[in-house]
Design a binder for this molecule. Structure first.
Ligand SMILES: NC(=O)c1ccc[n+]([C@@H]2O[C@H](COP(=O)([O-])OP(=O)(O)OC[C@H]3O[C@@H](n4cnc5c(N)ncnc54)[C@H](O)[C@@H]3O)[C@@H](O)[C@H]2O)c1
Length: 249
């Protein structure tokens, strides 16, 4: 299976659980991978994980909310690998776990900056690179919190609903450029973010709302992302895919 031989895949949030699993998956299928993250130490671990499967990989330390950093990671991808074919626009933060009346304003602004504005900024800067290759694929990471209400994470819910909307709009604008844009909506996945959720909500309460009665593995999200970015999905764009053990069924 080498669906991505000769392709360059750019992943934000590459130091995180889902980003790292996606990086390993894409590299195992032949891609050269660029990993972007704020967290330098865990980014190095992701780079090592890709090298372990004999992947070619570049790590770029960048804050996805800053346009200069977004331009920096895009330029780094071009400089090292000559362009970008797939953009996994995935960095995100959970923010506070508080009722909306107690939710801190600065946290609200930060969550919107990372999960919403930076998703747009990424698409804004990377789209011309995909066009330069004659087309490509974007996969944005939303969440089941982008499809329904979730108490005590008002900013996260708003930002992930926005990712769904931006994905649909981008797919309409970019179809004529041969760029497909889709979103994935995971339920809780075994990553540091889910651990943060568990500081307030017991795991049993979360899994009780999932028909399969377990969290997902990052690799299960990575498999869907790779499918959506691959030549197996050439007629799929503007689609919002759950990967949630049946939670939204
Ligand atoms: N884990 C879950 O339960 C779950 C469920 C649904 C959706 N998601 C989404 O999946 C995506 C990936 O999250 P994850 O589960 O791998 O969590 P994670 O916390 O392991 O990874 C998120 C990564 O994003 C990075 N990041 C945050 N802000 C950044 C910034 N400003 N610039 C650059 N990098 C930044 C973090 O450093 C981290 O490495 C997120 O968008 C998240 O909202 C996660």
């Amino acid at each position: 299976m080498a669906r991505f031989t000769g392709k360059v895949v750019l992943i934000t949030g590459g130091a995180g659980g889902i980003g790292r699993a996606a990086a390993v998956r894409f590299a195992s299928e032949g891609a050269r991978v660029v990993l972007v993250d704020l967290a330098a130490a865990t980014l190095r671990q992701s780079v090592a994980a890709v090298e372990k499967v004999d992947g070619e990989v570049l790590g770029v330390e960048a804050d996805v909310t800053r346009v200069a950093d977004v331009e920096k990671y895009a330029e780094a991808a071009v400089k090292r690998f000559g362009g970008v074919d797939v953009f996994f626009n995935n960095a995100g933060v959970l923010g506070a776990l508080k009722p909306l009346v107690d939710y801190p304003e600065d946290t609200f602004d930060r969550v919107i900056a990372v999960n919403l504005k930076a998703v747009w900024l990424g698409m804004k800067v990377v789209t011309p690179l995909l066009r330069a290759r004659g087309g490509g694929a974007i996969v944005n990471t939303a969440s089941i919190a982008g499809l329904r209400g979730s108490p005590n994470i008002i900013a996260y819910t708003a930002s992930k609903h926005a990712v769904v909307g931006m994905t649909r709009t981008a797919s309409l604008e970019l179809a004529r450029h041969n760029i497909r844009v889709n979103a994935v909506c995971p339920a809780p996945i075994e990553t540091p973010m889910a651990q943060q959720l568990e500081t307030e909500i017991k795991r049993e309460r979360l899994t009780a709302t999932i028909p399969m009665r377990r969290y997902g593995a990052p690799e299960e999200v990575a498999a869907l992302v790779a499918f959506l970015a691959s030549p197996d999905a050439t007629y799929i764009t503007g689609a919002i895919y759950t990967v949630d053990g049946g939670a939204m069924a």
